[in-house]
Design a protein around this ligand. Structure first.
Ligand code: ASP
Length: 299
């Protein structure tokens, strides 16, 4: 029997409109490539944490989403990237925030968890640490061309990226990576790198990655909120996720989340938004969806 695993990815939430069929295809293909990268690890009995990092790395590198190469710029005209990774078995977590030159912030986030005594490093300190771990830096964008650098891809639009997975050993993990919101103030940090707000994993309950207006997700501690509703309120995953997102909506927020439960249940939900999303399970079914209310499509 093939090992039992599930992987979900997202490419951000917001009002997604006026995509040409080609643009839609490109994004569905990118979601599928991210799923394949994670699936390759999970199908060989690899860990959920390695799978979510591999999936997010693909989305950071593709330049179509607001993360890695595709990151949006702040009011000062440059990118400040945030990312986090959390493992549900040990509840180890690592994150970086306001980094400007790291090619793959998700790798730096996990390096913080593995090789430092800390959970969150920011700005130059995070970059220096990542360099010492042998991670790759990219040049900052040239405002004229920006070629080959962060924030340079012409197809970039909205879309934080994230992944959640359950591996064959029953371990959950979550990862999120973003350029934040466009036009943000220099130094602004969103929910994505904050453990409990945008990213959370605990083997007792679920793994969660969020996307949307980060300020509201921070104020409602959304990812931890899904976990807490399951652990203390005994809610099933779907109800817990819907309730946590309803709270975001009540405060005027918009966005979405992907989550997987310890029982392998999986949800991708959004409030006042569409959301790029994709799913693969041990049967090798690849599915994607983009618009709100859209059923999963084989991809
Ligand atoms: N949640 C991210 C932030 O506020 C943005 C997004 O998901 O689009 O930084």
């Amino acid at each position: 029997m093939s090992p039992s695993y599930v992987l979900l990815v997202h490419g951000g939430a917001g009002k997604i409109e006026a995509l040409t069929p080609e643009q839609e295809q490109l994004r569905r293909r990118a979601l599928r490539q991210a799923l394949e990268a994670g699936r390759d690890i999970l199908a060989q009995g690899g860990s959920s944490v390695d799978a979510v990092i591999a999936a997010v790395r693909v989305l950071e590198d593709c330049g179509l989403f607001n993360a890695g190469r595709g990151a949006v710029r702040n009011q000062a005209g440059f990118c400040e990237l945030d990312a986090a990774v959390m493992e549900g078995r040990s509840r180890r977590a690592g994150a970086v925030a306001a980094v400007r030159r790291l090619r793959n912030p998700v790798d730096a986030a996990w390096a913080v968890a593995q090789y430092s005594p800390h959970v969150l490093l920011v700005s130059e300190g995070a970059e220096e640490f990542a360099l010492r771990q042998g991670l790759e830096l990219l040049p900052e964008p040239d405002p004229e061309s920006g070629d080959g650098s962060i924030g340079a891809h012409p197809e970039a639009s909205l879309g934080t990226v994230g992944a959640v997975a359950l591996d064959a050993s029953g371990n959950l993990a979550a990862a999120t990576s973003t350029g934040g919101i466009s036009g943000k103030l220099k130094g602004r940090v969103g929910d994505s790198p904050l453990i409990g707000a945008g990213t959370y994993a605990d083997n007792r309950t679920c793994a969660v990655s969020t996307t949307g207006l980060g300020e509201v997700f921070i104020r409602t501690v959304t990812a931890f909120g899904v976990h807490a509703r399951m652990l203390f309120g005994k809610m099933p995953l779907h109800e817990a996720a819907a309730d946590a997102l309803a709270e975001v909506g009540q405060l005027g927020g918009c966005g979405g989340l992907i989550a997987i439960g310890a029982d392998s249940s999986a949800v991708a939900l959004c409030v006042n938004a569409d959301m790029y999303r994709g799913k693969v399970d041990q049967h090798g079914r690849f599915q994607t969806a983009i618009y709100r209310g859209e059923p999963w499509q084989e991809s």
